[in-house]
Design a protein around this ligand. Structure first.
Ligand SMILES: Cc1ncc(COP(=O)(O)O)c(C=O)c1O
Length: 366
């Protein structure tokens, strides 16, 4: 065991940090491991970013991403006061923990005010954010096949905390890909006393979205990102939509210039070319359904997906062996060691050619 450096807080020393998917240095790999979009941003977005790379880089960006918030407000039928933009949606998720959750005190009995709650499996960043903040975690299992428990089932199960300071729901779910009905989410939100974040990182690939809940309930925030559907991971732009009071609280604690200037420009230009992106969503959904059919024929159990990835249970070998065998064939997919998903692989939907290469490799192995 490495000696503890007394300069570092024990909480940080003991922290299990978030593990991002591999960004390989080797060229020529088919990268289906981090849910990036296989299509580049619109030519108009690239042109807008290039046109902004000049002497203006010496200036600070707009501190509140004013223009972008105004555009997003128009898109979502709300006011700019209902929107906060972050350095990726990861940043706004972290702000929510800091703004709504009390760090837990070891000496006192556990208070719901210190509880960060989420389903398992869901986005693996939530427990890390809770740990960084010194909050308590309440990780509640989803139903078999990653379905959302009803409010009655949650009440019956007794583990769910209806008073938790903050509840995260990944919808559609990651890493399973399963979509949830807005009506079911609404029932859950209605019953929940603390803040609820509906993390809609993948919603553009889904049948429905729950944005209206952020405009209806004063304790509900919807998180969105430009990373997945809008091919902008590199620029790090995400946001919350929600009640102006919650947004103002988050705004108080964010860094002054949290969203980089080129990111703001790229996101604004993205909103000018939604037609381009809608065509991409369709292409990705078509490839997803093709890949699901092909892998099913090859003996994989493929869970229904409303995202740009599929969760699959492979035949013949354990999932980590598949991970390795596919890597040897230059195809990267993702495997999570968490027990509820360790029998599965998560495969990002790439281009039709990438999906065909995966199917070819699987045929050789199966
Ligand atoms: C469910 C979910 N939410 C949020 C994010 C973060 O996205 P970003 O910080 O790129 O906006 C991810 C990224 O993998 C995700 O899977």
């Amino acid at each position: 065991m490495a000696k503890k450096n007394p300069l570092i807080r024990p909480l940080v020393h003991n922290l299990h940090a978030y593990v991002p998917g591999e960004q390989p240095k080797i060229k020529g790999l088919i990268k289906l491991n981090t849910n990036e979009n296989p299509y580049p941003p619109s030519p108009k977005v690239l042109a807008a970013v290039k046109a902004a790379v000049d002497g203006r880089l010496r200036l600070y960006p707009h501190p509140t991403a004013e223009k972008l918030r105004a555009r997003l407000a128009k898109l979502h039928g709300c006011k700019p006061e209902n929107i906060i933009v972050g350095n990726g949606s990861d940043e706004v998720l972290a702000l929510a923990v800091r703004a709504f959750v009390e760090p837990s005190s070891k000496s006192k009995a556990q208070s719901p005010k210190s509880v960060v709650q989420y389903f398992t499996p869901s986005y693996s960043l939530y427990p890390v954010l809770a740990d960084i903040h010194g909050a308590a975690k309440n990780a509640v299992p989803l139903k078999p096949d990653f379905r959302l428990p009803s409010v009655a089932e949650l009440k019956h199960g007794k583990q769910w905390n209806f008073n938790a300071a903050l509840t995260f729901v990944t919808t559609p779910n990651a890493p399973s890909g399963r979509g949830y009905e807005t009506a079911a989410l609404e029932k859950l939100c209605r019953t929940q006393k603390g803040a609820v974040v509906l993390d809609e990182a993948y919603v553009d690939f889904a049948n429905e979205n729950a944005l209206k809940l952020a405009l209806k309930f004063s304790h509900v925030l919807v998180a969105r990102t430009f990373s997945k559907a809008y091919s902008l991971c590199f620029q790090r732009v995400g946001y919350f939509v929600g009640h102006a009071e919650l947004i103002a609280a988050l705004d108080k604690i964010r860094d002054s210039y949290n969203v980089n200037g080129l990111g703001q420009i790229a996101a604004e230009a993205t909103l000018d070319d939604m037609k381009f992106y809608r065509a991409n969503f369709k292409k990705i959904i078509t490839t997803r359904e093709w890949l699901a059919r092909e892998l099913t024929k090859l003996g994989f159990r493929v869970l229904p997906s409303q995202t740009n990835f599929i969760l699959v249970k492979p035949p013949l070998f354990p999932a980590p062996a598949w991970l390795q065998k596919l890597r040897e064939r230059k195809i990267l997919v993702r495997w999570f060691s968490a027990p509820e998903v360790s029998d599965y692989l998560r495969i990002t939907i790439g281009t039709p050619a990438e999906a065909a290469a995966l199917v070819k490799a699987v045929r050789q192995l199966a």
